[in-house]
Write a protein that binds this ligand. Structure first.
Ligand code: CP
Length: 290
């Protein structure tokens, strides 16, 4: 069993994963007693995804191998397939992969026998992030149907936005996007940020991905903060009970003002906390599913 995109999962399966993540949060124990090995193969930088998969594996009693692409035979030209095949050959039971190439997993399907869990593919999808976002939303509101969310920022380069846009709509949420027009995704529900702000239950900010858009952005970071940054003035316009989310890492004082990162409405660190439980549910699912 592989986990590449949430499009491969029914809403029933999504809810099952969230239920199990909640059970783990409430103390459910699963212990593989060191008999399972999970290899974390990160070909792109990561803090949250890498180390929360590592912590999730540890909590399940698995051992982990943490691969460093920069110090590996990738530097000698070894392909992704050959690298993953190596970890399969030495007896790993599952691999978690983040890779800069969108749909990188197409090279692996049906050729790799152990489960592959995606930690993000280029600008494509980020299924575990989306699930931890959903867990945080469900924990807050108790349901998805009818909730309004605006996702703000670099939509076109964001695998988080791509995953969330699809699954949140499927779960009955009203999903809006906003941000610089050069980062708009064709076919998405683009709105004026300041107009929609007082109506939404969730404001989800995205990082300005300087490393991906290669100077595509026409605004300076100060201009961006002025037009789309969540500052105290904008937080004051949010409706009662509305929350702030961000997948992180964040650019303080660009998409989010420094003082808003840990304000009462922010659930950013709750998202990180929930990431471990969601990843425990994902690893448990792939390690017990033949
Ligand atoms: N949210 C997220 O994917 O963070 P990392 O890039 O640090 O894993």
């Amino acid at each position: 069993m592989n986990i590449f995109t949430l499009k491969d999962f029914s809403t029933e399966e999504i809810n099952q994963i969230l239920d199990e993540a909640e059970e783990f949060k409430n103390g459910k124990k699963v212990d593989f007693k060191g008999q399972k090995v999970v290899a974390n193969l990160f070909f792109e930088p990561s803090t949250r995804t890498h180390y929360s998969f590592d912590k999730a594996a540890y909590n399940l009693g698995c051992r982990t191998q943490n691969f460093e692409a920069a110090n590996s035979s990738v530097q000698k030209g070894e392909t992704l397939y050959d690298t993953v095949k190596f970890f399969e050959s030495i007896g790993c039971d599952a691999v978690v992969i983040r890779h800069p190439k969108e749909n990188y997993y197409e090279d692996l399907i049906e050729r790799i026998k152990i489960p592959v869990v995606s930690g993000g593919d280029g600008t494509g999808n980020h299924p575990s992030q989306s699930l931890l976002d959903l867990m945080t939303i469900r924990e807050e509101f108790g349901h998805f149907e009818g909730l309004k969310i605006v996702i703000v920022g670099d939509i076109v380069h964001s695998r988080v936005a791509h995953s969330n846009y699809e699954i949140m709509q499927r779960l009955g949420m009203e999903v809006y996007t906003s941000g610089p027009r050069e980062f708009e995704e064709a076919g998405y529900n683009y709105v004026d940020f300041d107009k929609i702000l007082p109506e939404v239950d969730i404001v989800m900010l995205l990082r300005v991905q300087h490393e991906r858009h290669h100077d595509l952005m026409r605004l300076t970071t100060d201009e961006y903060h002025q037009m789309f940054g969540l500052n105290q003035k904008r937080v004051d316009k949010m409706k009662e009970g509305a929350i702030i989310m961000h997948p992180a890492p964040f650019n303080r004082n660009v998409e989010i003002a420094d003082e808003i990162v840990e304000c009462a409405q922010s659930r950013i660190f709750r998202q990180m906390e929930n990431g471990v439980f969601v990843r425990m549910a994902l690893l448990n699912r792939v390690l017990t599913n033949d």
